[in-house]
Design a protein around this ligand. Structure first.
Ligand code: ZN
Length: 307
């Protein structure tokens, strides 16, 4: 272990063909989602690491046993929206409905309300800043959707690279003011020697060698900041590449979706060997207003007016 900073390990749980580049083109009745999640759970079990799984609500509704299995293994279950539509395609009311539906599906499966949110396509940006008040109103404690680098599909160029409290009036600046909002943001990891390089996981971890990812985590940890890393369980399951073989997927989408899929488990194991990881909820607690952290392990949520 290089140091004692606990980093955030997260998995976005969705069907492999939910990715934006594929969703209009592919459906797969076999889905592979159970087998993919089992592969990840086995790795985490071997390293005795707890992670956060941000689950699509519709999937939790379809496969409650799978989501219960994740929770029973000691991992945190958060919301990844209900339909996996990016926030760019929703208005505030539709987003509030997504938050509630996904929370109910997760609660039905696990008996626990989610307290964390990850937007499909990291779609919390200045265009969708209304999401922050909607998350607060729904009782969420943290968000992990801000990608602090501009990419063709998402990202916020100058957002903080360390966890911070989201001030709804200035959501992408870290004023360092403790009076900022209640919601904690856990931005996705970037490595920024000169220009910011996204190293947080997924496509980048598959395409890049392991060293820039490790350097990125080390440089954040050296400043006392956790790195938030994400993957999709299907990225550990080469069976999805065969499932996609006969689908009408253009070459670039095939590359982005599947490149490096055979080697990702070894890369994750290398990260687990070197760094300490935990759940997003536990790391977010370290940045929360002390009054917002439940001491009895229950979520201070008011979803559906029940709390
Ligand atoms: Zn997703």
């Amino acid at each position: 272990m290089s140091d004692e900073v606990t980093n955030v390990l997260s998995f976005d749980v969705e069907h492999w063909y939910s990715a934006t580049l594929l969703r209009e083109r592919v459906t797969d009745p076999a889905t592979h989602v159970e087998a993919s999640v089992e592969r990840v759970l086995a790795i985490l079990d071997r390293f005795d690491v707890r992670a956060t799984f941000f689950v699509v609500g519709e999937l939790a509704h379809e496969r409650p046993d799978l989501v219960a299995r994740i929770a029973d293994a000691g991992h945190e279950v958060g919301s990844h929206g209900h339909t996996h539509r990016p926030l760019f395609e929703l208005d505030r009311d539709e987003f509030a409905a997504e938050l509630e539906a996904s929370a109910v599906a997760i609660h039905d499966a696990t008996g626990t309300w989610p307290t964390g949110f990850r937007a499909p396509n990291f779609s919390v940006t200045p265009r969708t800043a209304w999401a922050i008040e909607a998350l607060e109103a729904a009782g969420y404690r943290y968000d992990s959707s801000v990608f602090p680098v501009k990419t063709p599909m998402y990202g916020v160029a100058d957002a903080p690279v360390r966890p911070y409290r989201l001030d709804p009036r200035a959501p992408f600046t870290d004023s360092g003011d403790e009076a900022d909002g209640r919601l904690v943001e856990l931005p996705l990891a970037v490595f920024h020697p000169r220009v910011r390089l996204p190293v947080a996981g997924g496509f980048y971890a598959r395409v890049l060698p392991t060293w820039p990812v490790k350097r990125g985590i080390r440089s954040l940890n050296a400043r006392g900041h956790p790195a938030t890393i994400y993957f999709h369980p299907w990225e550990f399951n080469p069976a999805v590449r065969s499932a996609a073989e006969h689908a009408p997927i253009p070459a670039h989408a095939r590359f982005v979706s599947f490149h490096g899929i055979e080697r990702l488990a070894a890369k994750l194991e290398a990260l687990l060997d070197e760094f300490a990881f935990g759940t997003a909820g536990a790391v977010a607690d370290g940045y929360a207003d002390p009054g917002e952290v439940a001491t009895d392990g229950t979520a201070p949520l008011r979803i559906g007016g029940e709390r």
